[in-house]
Design a protein around this ligand. Structure first.
Ligand SMILES: Cc1cc2nc3c(=O)[nH]c(=O)nc-3n(C[C@H](O)[C@H](O)[C@H](O)COP(=O)(O)OP(=O)(O)OC[C@H]3O[C@@H](n4cnc5c(N)ncnc54)[C@H](O)[C@@H]3O)c2cc1C
Length: 302
């Protein structure tokens, strides 16, 4: 009998759980440990954040899926892993802890959203919005709709979308969000009241954190730099790349570019993706020593 424990129920954890359950034998067990019993389809949050999709649509309950496939589910946060003993310590909602033994462990806990890496960034006490969780996307939508009311009264609004740290990734989500926002403003007939700007750490427009992409269509190859440039020209979106956001205060974003020049960009509404780090899970050896530094890279990814 083999016991597989999977930490996390996102795309990675879910894929691992379903495939392993299919491949493993009847006596083997697959157990998922995750703090929420629902799955979030993150790509749809680019619609929730402009109020074009209700917040309940991108999520579905995982427990019936697990029941159908014979996957065990334990609700809680993995806090510590003991590789020598082959156990995970998880914390449940009520604060109780439980040790879960494993033969094989899959860490699929996704990114920790490092808002603290940029002073003033993010929806938890900062000045900018995020669409990185369902809760953030709802908060972002509400802040956006407040700006819509101002525009409907005839006020001009500065909107900034992009990355909130020199090492943020996931630029693709921000790109989708900025184009959705542009189209939503057109639909609401207030596009002329908004100045929209793309502010990012990319070395060049269209890099998207992956060195750019290209697509073949009807015999032509279009690279993402050309695509983004023509898109922003068509949609009247200003852009500034090669810039790391270093801090945010009310109405003002501070940045430093590749040349070391520092500057500020004023905003009324900003959605900036934070840096991603590994989830804070501690690895402990048989003697009780913290060996997290050996098990993860400096950003905390296993
Ligand atoms: C707005 C948005 C749009 C996107 N659009 C696209 C797109 O169009 N195409 C694309 O390819 N990618 C897209 N992405 C990126 C994609 O969503 C991520 O790459 C993907 O979600 C990563 O999957 P994951 O399973 O590694 O992590 P996650 O999806 O983050 O899942 C992590 C899981 O681990 C759980 N967890 C966290 N901590 C613990 C812990 N301590 N113990 C146990 N469980 C824990 C979480 O609750 C969650 O269930 C988008 C991202 C965003 C934010």
């Amino acid at each position: 009998m083999t016991r597989v424990v999977i930490l996390g129920a996102g795309f990675a954890g879910q894929t691992a759980a379903l495939y392993l359950r299919k491949e493993l034998g009847k006596d083997d067990t697959v157990t998922v440990v995750a703090p929420f019993s629902y799955f979030t389809y993150y790509p749809s949050l680019v619609w929730v954040g402009v109020g074009r999709m209700s917040e309940d649509r991108p999520i579905f309950d995982l427990e019936p899926v697990y029941k159908r496939h014979g996957i065990q589910f334990k609700k809680g946060w993995a806090r510590e892993v003991y590789p020598d003993q082959q156990e995970v310590m998880m914390e449940k909602e009520n604060g109780e802890t439980e040790r879960v033994p494993y033969d094989y462990l899959v860490n699929a806990t996704g990114p920790y959203l490092n808002f603290e890496g940029t002073p003033g960034l993010g929806p938890h006490g900062g000045y900018t919005q995020s669409i990185c969780t369902i809760g953030h996307a709802k908060q972002c939508r509400d802040a956006y709709l407040e700006q819509i009311q101002r525009m409907e009264k005839g006020e001009q609004v500065n909107i900034v979308i992009g990355t909130g740290h020199g090492m943020s990734t996931c630029q693709g989500a921000a790109l989708e969000y900025i184009t959705n926002l542009h189209r939503d403003l057109l639909r609401r007939k207030v596009r002329d009241k908004a100045k929209i700007m793309w502010l990012s750490n990319e070395p060049r427009l269209g890099d998207l954190g992956v060195g750019g992409i290209s697509a073949r269509s009807r015999g032509y190859i279009m690279d993402s730099e050309t695509f983004a440039k023509s898109l922003y020209a068509e949609q009247d979106i200003y852009y500034q790349t090669q810039s790391a956001v270093t801090g945010v205060e009310q109405g003002k974003i501070h940045w430093e570019n590749y040349e070391g020049e520092q500057g500020e960009t004023e905003f009324d509404f900003a959605m900036l993706i934070p840096q991603f780090k590994g989830r804070p899970i501690r690895y402990v050896d048989a003697e009780g020593n913290d060996i997290t530094g050996k098990m993860t890279n400096p950003l905390g990814f296993t």
